[in-house]
Design a protein around this ligand. Structure first.
Ligand SMILES: [Zn+2]
Length: 159
């Protein structure tokens, strides 16, 4: 956290490591594949695993609105279904009135399921064609995340 209490920083795209820039490019390419005829709100995500593998995802909407799946969860499900569960970083590309698009609550919880507190998943928010990137992490975006083991420990104590 900086002195203003913000738990993120804004970094020029060209100052980030080349692997992060590549991940961001992958998220912008995934965004182009978004299926969002109802909202026209395109989002792309690119998730990097600890072995360097990258899984990209886009949002996929449905005529039954509640069935829509976010880009972040698309990428995570693709990775997990390929046997990858250790993630190092995720880039998310979206445009919303000149603001960075941050993962929704469901995606934060979904990502935290695979987060290791000692090796926090870095999050890079990017506006396509922008020159800056908002850099944060899942533990910063979702403090006190729900973990089943904590509930299990609690239940073991009271029963
Ligand atoms: Zn989401």
């Amino acid at each position: 956290m900086d002195s203003a209490g913000k738990s993120f920083k804004i970094v020029p795209l060209d100052k980030l490591n080349s692997d992060v820039q590549h991940l961001i490019t992958m998220s912008t390419l995934a965004r182009e594949k978004a299926y969002c005829p109802y909202s026209n709100f395109k989002i792309g995500a690119a998730l990097q695993c600890d072995d360097g593998t990258i899984f990209a995802g886009c949002n996929v909407e449905n005529a039954s609105y509640g069935l829509a799946i976010c880009a972040e969860r698309t990428a995570i499900v693709k990775a997990v279904s390929e046997g990858k569960m250790k993630f190092t970083k995720i880039a998310i590309a979206g445009l919303n009135n000149n603001q960075f698009v941050s993962p929704c609550g469901a995606c934060r919880q979904f990502l935290s399921e695979f987060n290791n507190v000692n090796d926090d998943v870095a999050i890079y928010l990017y506006q396509p064609k922008g020159s800056n990137v908002l850099v944060t992490s899942i533990s910063e975006l979702l403090p006190m995340d729900f973990k089943f083991n904590e509930i299990k420990d609690y239940l073991n104590k009271i029963y």
